[in-house]
Ligand binder design. Structure first.
Ligand code: NDP
Length: 322
């Protein structure tokens, strides 16, 4: 980034990832705010990004030089299955409004956020960045997935036609402070933390669905935030970059449960309901491209990150999304 004044606009600034970037910008000695940088964190109260006029007004107000684009209609499995068209249209409109205004206002760089669920359903492992458009995504959230794939298409076209420096990153499963801890409509880690907390409060068993054997790559939101800042400053390509822990750091759902029980200091009955389905065994993604470009990056150990998340949950349990 140029040493002169930069205005970095973060859409979706109130969400899990946006709050983590805010924390890193304020607190991290290496990836934190630099002289001449002004960071602006948007929420939906600043304007509905589905609306072209509201989006344009935001760009007119802040005149950003850089954009980290996180805002999205995000939902659980059932929400997606019930409304694939809404997830497709809302996200397509949000992404089109952001990139169109970024081009019109001469933004120097945009980093948009995709997701590993956009990869083909039938694929080989590990998944890498070249495979985004190699086959249909999973049926359950094809609307959301296709809208995210179109960001990569737009980035390429804006670059070819207008020379824009718009790129994207693909995080694996994110967890951390400020997550959505809803019992049903949430991702696996925050949902289980909430479940374990209730078991502890009520003296009831903590029962995990399935065998606990499936493997997942989880990235701590604050590590992801550091990598977003690094991408904004250092990544030169238009094509997407997977932001993930290494393949060897995949953890099993049982390891997740064990770490939650330990961090929560839960001593009650803890078991697995093996009559419940497990879901996909693994979805391993390669972080080779990231580690080639940024070989010194150190991920927070999973247990440490999980413990910080549980402590944050306990301190904020009365006010959080749940
Ligand atoms: P959250 O659901 O925590 O936050 C979503 C953010 O988007 C909020 O700030 C919300 O504002 C904002 N937003 C939603 N709709 C609109 C709208 N119409 N206009 C303006 N703002 C809007 O999401 P995450 O932080 O988890 O996700 C951020 C990005 O990361 C998304 O693009 C998501 O697809 C991606 N991602 C997330 C993963 C995960 O595991 N969480 C994994 C991979 C990718 P408000 O709070 O005001 O409603």
């Amino acid at each position: 980034m140029s040493p002169s004044k930069s205005v970095i606009l973060v859409t979706g600034g109130s969400g899990l990832v946006g709050q983590a970037i805010h924390w890193v910008v304020e607190n991290d000695p290496k990836y934190g705010k630099r002289e001449g940088e002004e960071w602006v964190f948007l929420t939906s109260k600043d304007g509905n990004l589905i609306d072209p006029a509201a989006t344009k007004a935001i760009f007119e107000k802040y005149r950003p030089t850089h954009v980290i684009h996180l805002a999205a209609k995000v939902g659980g499995l059932f929400g997606n299955m019930a409304a694939n068209l809404d997830y497709f249209r809302d996200n397509l409109l949000i992404n089109d409004n952001i990139l169109h205004n970024a081009k019109e206002f001469g933004v120097q760089k945009v980093v948009s956020c995709l997701s590993t669920c956009i990869f083909p359903d039938k694929t080989t492992y590990p998944i890498d960045e070249t495979m985004v458009h190699h086959g249909p995504p999973h049926d359950s959230n094809f609307g959301y997935s296709h809208s995210k794939r179109m960001v990569d298409v737009m980035n390429r076209a804006y670059n070819e036609q207008f020379g824009c420096n718009f790129t994207s990153v693909i995080p694996t499963n994110v967890f951390g402070p400020h997550d959505n801890f809803h019992l049903v409509n949430s991702h696996v880690i925050p949902g289980l933390i909430h479940k374990c907390y209730l078991a502890q409060q009520n003296g009831t068993p903590f029962v995990m669905a399935g065998t606990g054997r499936p493997l997942r790559q989880f990235i701590y939101s604050r590590d992801l935030a550091r990598l977003f800042v690094w991408t904004l400053r250092e990544y030169k390509e238009i094509t997407p970059l997977i932001l993930s822990v290494p393949e060897e750091e995949e953890v099993s759902i049982k390891q997740v449960g064990d770490a939650i029980v330990k961090a929560m200091e839960y001593t009650g009955d803890y078991r697995f309901d093996t009559t419940k389905a497990d879901g996909q065994y693994k979805k391993t993604a390669s972080n080779k491209k990231l580690m080639t470009l940024n070989p010194d990056f150190k991920f927070t150990p999973f247990d440490v990150a999980l413990d910080e998340t549980v402590q944050w949950f306990k301190e904020n349990v009365d006010t959080i999304r749940k």
